[in-house]
Design a binder for this molecule. Sequence first.
Ligand code: SF4
Length: 216
Amino acid sequence: VGGRRIVVTPSEVHEFAYCPRLYFFNVHVGRERGLRERLRLLLGRLYHAIFSLRDRAAGRSVEESIEVELGGGVVVRGRPDAFSVEDGRVLVVERKSSRPPRSGAWMSDAAQASVYAFMLTMIYGAREARIRVEYPGASRETVLDPERVALVSRLIDDIVAVKVHGIVPWAARSERKCSRCPFRRECEILDEVDVDGELYEPGSWLAGLVVDRGFG
Ligand code: SF4
């Protein structure tokens, strides 16, 4: 990308998989977080701190900074909640304080955890990677297979298109998401501008993928 290093984080992947359009606004417009959101973040940190003790006791690395370089100057950088590497096998643990879906994992959680598994597989040359998303009272797990690797690389490609080239992505509309979105009005205005529907909208392939059912 013109000799520049483009950093993508798994948290960005989470945000993009939740709503690509919301990710666009956060990157290109920005905003101050409201009190409720800040409180939720604080509670999330507390939740992670409590469980990090359990992960450490189990011999896992906790919030260790990792980085991999992909082609085209793209660098993926982040800190998985917890992971272990044993005998060529990686286990990634992603903790979420939100309610789980009835089955599988939320697409955004699954995408974030899959990126970490992909990165750790590259770093350690692992031959197998298990991905676990831990919700309060529910643990959902799967493996990093070629299909999931393709999903990860598609997400990263689309994020670069939005972040670097400013392409307006698809809006993952739902009453639940949009009713509490700080960019609701701006989002509607953008829809009025792009009416021909012929332009490629990064993330449009996520339509209908709210839950990742590959997680059992
Ligand atoms: S209004 Fe809805 S679709 Fe638009 S950015 Fe916000 S959450 Fe996404």
